[in-house]
Each structure stands twice: as C-alpha cells, then as structure tokens.
Design a protein around this ligand. Structure first.
Ligand SMILES: CC(=O)N[C@@H](CC(=O)O)C(=O)O
Ligand SMILES: [Zn+2]
Length: 298
C-alpha cells in the first residue's frame, strides 16, 4: 500500500505492454540506457519492457493482449506463454497488495485516437493515484497541457495502478510531440512522488474525471462486417459532448446514423485502431467530480 511503505518507494515504468505503441517503448528504452531523468530522492524507478516479443515484432501483441491477461485466474494457473509472462511480471512487481509489491506502476500506452494526455484511473477510492493525477493535471495546465482522467472501474481485470494514454499516434509510429507529452507527464508524476516521499501533505482535492459508461460498436451486417465508419463530425472529437441526435456513424452508402442516447455523453477512444477487433468504435463517458482525501506519507 503506497501510503505506508518502507523507503525507497518502488516505482515501475512499463513500456511495450503493446508492442506498437512507440512512445512508451522508446522512453523506457531511453531510460533503461540512461536513467538520470527518472532519478528522484528515495525513489527506485525501474523502467521495464513488459512485452519484448510484441515490441520485437512491432505489433500490439503476439498471441493475446497482455493488457487483458492480468486476471486472477490467469495469475494463478499456468496457461499459454503470454500468461507465463503476466505471471512473471506479477512476481517481479507484485503480487498486487502484497508488502513486497511495487508501490506505483506506471504503464505507458499510446492511442490512435485524438485523446491528448489521458491518465486512466482504476478506482475512485485510490486517493494516492487521484492526488497524483490531480497534481499532474494542475502542473500540466501551467504549461498549457490538458491532461484528463478516465475512470475505468473494471470489476475483474487488474491492470497497472496508473496508466497513461497519449494520442493521436499511429501504431508503429513515433511522433515527437506525443513522445514529449508522455515524457513531461512522467516527469510530473515522478516530481509528485518525490514530494510525497519527502513527507509533503497533499490536502483534500476534487478532481474532474470521465467515468466509462458504454462501449459502442460499429454498425455491422448479418455476417458481422462493418457497414459504417465514425462520422466526420465525431472523428477526432474525443472528450467533446455528444448529444442525442448528433451524427455518430456514416454508412458507406452515405446515410448518417445518429446517437440515440438519453443524454449528453463524452466519447473517447474514438476509432482506436486496436479496438476494431474488440468490437469497439468508441466509448461513452460521463463527467464526474471525485473527492480525494488528504494524503501524507505515514
Ligand atoms: C489503446 C490501448 O492500448 N488502450 C489501453 C487502455 C487501458 O490500458 O485501459 C488498452 O486497451 O489496453
Ligand atoms: Zn496500449
């Protein structure tokens, strides 16, 4: 539990969980060679390529998606090679919640969607991560960088505690603006951890988050083939309000399909390349304000 740990605070920085999301891969390789910029007082920051086989092939994953493998049953049973890798990672950096587990794990992702900098929070009750994400949002705003928080309270899948998603960046491509944005966000995260580690108390704060509501698939025909694409008015409009009746998809023969929801939602992961196979054109979210209690190192 990160609020009471025996120094040094142990932090892992994962890259290459998806082998074609190049900013995280490049940053982790850079920091593995020269860790100077991730050094902080009494913090042990370990850069780690989680899926070297996928990185080698510059593909999202080789057999199954590593970022869907950290399920309780996978981490207990011996199944296919990838699950062995998930278990190995869990052994090195986990098990989650155990005294020897790493205190913070930052997993670096890229998205082809126009999401900008997005921190993915797994639990609305994780006040350490909420305080860290609030700190990052505030300091990033000072340099005109908008950083949003996506709340994805998944009942079963236990991902890394802190995930950073930056886009748009095509798969297998490295864009310098996206690379630098990811690097700056990690700098702020490390600064927060160093301050926390020095005993700084962070007062209660409220954080605006976008809670995952629904996964919307592409319209498909009877054979499951996609028959429409994200409408031009929605494409690249991640985080902008989508109101009932707004255009959502455009069929290949030119018809518009409108959003039929009951109220305004905020779409994101719009047209993410990796989600075609997961039957997901975008997800809808609802704006919500979370309150984080004060935190101070025990
Ligand atoms: C584009 C991408 O890889 N997104 C991540 C989001 C997450 O970590 O929740 C994933 O689907 O695994
Ligand atoms: Zn990813």
């Amino acid at each position: 539990n990160v609020l009471s740990y025996i120094p040094p605070l142990k932090m892992a920085i994962f890259g290459g969980t998806h082998g074609n999301e190049m900013s995280g891969v490049t940053l982790v390789n850079l920091w593995t060679k020269n860790g100077a910029e991730i050094q902080r007082k009494a913090v042990e920051a370990v850069p780690f390529i989680t899926n070297p086989k996928a990185v080698e092939k510059c593909t999202r994953y080789v057999d199954t998606d590593l970022n869907r493998a950290f399920t309780p049953e996978n981490l207990s049973l011996i199944v296919q090679a990838l699950v062995l890798r998930a278990q190995e990672i869990n052994r090195i950096f986990g098990p989650k919640g155990s005294p020897e587990a790493y205190d913070v794990i930052f997993d670096l992702h890229n998205t082809t969607s126009n999401m900008g900098c997005t921190l993915i929070l797994e639990s609305s009750k994780d006040y350490f991560n909420l305080q860290m994400m609030n700190y990052i949002k505030v300091v990033a705003l000072r340099i005109q960088t908008l950083c949003l928080v996506l709340l994805n309270e998944h009942p079963l899948l236990k991902y890394s505690t802190s995930r950073l998603e930056v886009g748009p960046q095509p798969q297998g491509v490295l864009r310098s603006n996206i690379f630098e944005a990811m690097r700056v966000i990690l700098k702020h995260a490390l600064d927060f951890i160093e301050l926390f580690n020095e005993g700084v108390e962070f007062p209660p704060c409220t954080v605006e988050v976008f809670r995952v509501l629904e996964r919307i698939d592409y319209p498909r025909d009877a054979n499951g083939n996609i028959i429409a694409m994200v409408h031009p008015n929605l494409q690249d409009c991640d985080w902008e309000p989508l109101n009932p009746g707004d255009p959502m998809f455009q069929t290949f023969d030119g018809k518009t399909i409108h959003y039929q929801g009951s109220g305004t939602v905020y779409p994101t992961f719009i047209n993410e390349a990796a989600y075609y196979e997961k039957q997901q054109a975008f997800i809808t979210t609802r704006r919500e304000t979370l309150v984080a209690s004060a935190i101070k190192k025990a």
